[in-house]
Design a protein around this ligand. Structure first.
Ligand SMILES: Cc1cc2nc3c(=O)[nH]c(=O)nc-3n(C[C@H](O)[C@H](O)[C@H](O)COP(=O)(O)OP(=O)(O)OC[C@H]3O[C@@H](n4cnc5c(N)ncnc54)[C@H](O)[C@@H]3O)c2cc1C
Length: 454
């Protein structure tokens, strides 16, 4: 192993910060996580992670990365009430664009757990490392150093009991999520803020827990409804610890969400499949509905800053956040941490450009999936990747074909779970099946195929 750095500081003690700390603990003598919140012992979501009240799916690519970081991860999750060992292609119903996906045995296992349960489980695993500590109630306010090198971070107490202080570090990692102030902090050091790619789908999420009965959803653990545009209403029902489902309704393009449980039932009345409405009618609600608005996906292009200061990295939602409907953020954070481990094994020289290059390679696929999907709505605004209209014509048919062809369903499953690159949906074999099973529009598909050179 390369010689260890002395001290690394991670800003933000949520999923991305915890996973970064796990990786850094192999390469630094000491790792300190600075977190604004205190952690709740009562299993309630905390202020800094409001999305904790909403359904969170962990993708198979993310689970695989977590198993590498914490051998036995899924087994430990099972002991904490998580549902593990189901086949990701055969554990629930998934409607995309109004079409039920064919169930397939993929041979890849998945995991279901609440966002709150998952974070506290990961925190427990990370804190088993002797050289990792979390300081709570600490709010990062800016960076120490200059445009060439970051030397640490300045911090204030959340409750104001202590005077402002500083933490010196060989490496500072920003994992403060979507609200990251890093662009402003960089400006203070004389470094240009990154260009931002933004795509605005403006989704309003409404969630609550319900008690799970064996008879619900025909005994299945999940039901996911990705709405067929122009319909704006989707849903995710996922089994979580404590014999519960978390039910999240998602309204695209600012579609208002319901404010109470009766409203949630009403909201789902016309959503297909009807099983969703029936579940809500029958189930006992265990919490008040909670709402959250997620305006946009945003990718801050730190990889394109010519001279990014040494001693500084960014990861997780602070680097790139996606429309949550695709369930990618936590899994991407796990893959980034794995990539960081690879970079650190090569040493710490020119760490930032190497890490950002690796992170960009990871982000390209989920970004394409999320913003490509969002642009199926004409009203979505933002930076449209080249060829989006053509690809979406193709994907509309691919979703139909996934209801009839096991090969197409499996290929799409592997892409959405971050196990395969999107171009694997454009191989001659898949295109042929999409043409055969995807319904009308063959001329547009031939155009899509020739545009991609397949
Ligand atoms: C409604 C919704 C649903 C989602 N569903 C899914 C899903 O199904 N699957 C999935 O993988 N992802 C999902 N996500 C995304 C997922 O929540 C995030 O990707 C994941 O939590 C990792 O984020 P993070 O750790 O980068 O940031 P966050 O989880 O936002 O955490 C940031 C942390 O930094 C702390 N902090 C902020 N500022 C400071 C500061 N100045 N000083 C110190 N600490 C600070 C905060 O208190 C917080 O703990 C969803 C997101 C939303 C909004």
């Amino acid at each position: 192993m390369n010689s260890r750095g002395k001290h690394a500081v991670v800003l933000g003690g949520s999923i991305a910060g915890l996973l970064a700390a796990r990786t850094l603990s192999d390469h630094f003598q000491e790792v300190t996580i600075l977190e604004r919140d205190a952690f709740n012992a009562d299993g309630q979501p905390r202020k800094g992670v409001p999305q904790g009240s909403h359904s969170h799916g962990l993708l198979a690519g993310g689970l695989r990365a977590l198993e590498l970081m914490f051998p036995g991860f899924a087994a430990g999750a099972r002991e904490r009430g998580g549902e593990v060992d189901h086949d990701i292609g055969d554990f629930g119903d998934w409607y995309v664009g109004g079409v039920p996906t064919l169930r397939v045995r993929s041979g890849v296992r998945g995991m279901l757990m609440s966002r709150i349960g998952l974070e506290s489980y990961i925190r427990e695993l990370v804190l088993r490392r002797d050289n990792v500590a979390i300081a709570t109630g600490r709010v990062a306010r800016g960076l120490l150093g200059d445009a060439q090198r970051v030397l640490g971070v300045s911090v204030v107490d959340r409750d104001g009991t202590h005077l402002p202080s500083t933490f010196e570090a060989d490496l500072v990692v920003d994992a403060t999520g979507r609200g990251s102030q890093l662009p402003r902090w960089l400006k203070d050091l004389g470094v240009a803020a990154p260009r931002e790619q933004r795509v605005r789908a403006d989704v309003i999420y409404t969630s609550c827990y319900v008690r799970r009965k064996r008879s619900h959803l025909g005994g299945e653990s999940a039901l996911i409804v990705t709405p067929p545009p122009p319909s704006r209403r989707g849903a995710a029902v996922l089994a979580v610890e404590g014999s519960r489902y978390i039910v999240t309704l998602s309204g695209y393009l600012g579609e208002p969400g319901p404010s109470d449980y009766a409203g949630m039932i009403e909201y789902t009345r016309d959503i297909q499949p009807h099983a969703l409405y029936q579940l809500l009618c029958d189930a006992e609600p265990l919490s008040e509905p909670v709402q959250m608005r997620d305006p946009e996906s945003r990718w801050r292009r730190y990889d394109r800053i010519a001279r990014f200061p040494q001693g500084l990295l960014v990861c997780g939602d602070a680097l790139c956040s996606f429309n949550p409907a695709y369930g990618q953020g936590m899994s991407v954070a796990a893959l980034e941490s794995d990539a960081l481990a690879g970079c650190l094994r090569q040493g710490q020289t020119r760490l930032a450009p190497r890490f950002f290059r690796a992170a960009t390679a990871i982000l390209a696929a989920p970004w394409a999936v999320a913003v490509g999907g969002d642009f199926a709505y004409r009203e979505v605004v933002g930076e449209r990747p080249f060829g989006t209209a053509l690809l979406n014509a193709y994907f509309a048919r691919l979703h139909r074909a996934a209801g009839k062809s096991a090969q197409v369903a499996l290929a799409r499953l592997r892409v959405t779970h971050l196990l395969a690159a999107p171009h694997t949906l454009l191989t001659p074999g898949i295109i042929a099946r999409v043409l055969r099973f995807g319904g009308s529009g063959a001329a547009e598909l031939r155009l899509a195929a020739s545009a991609t050179g397949s």
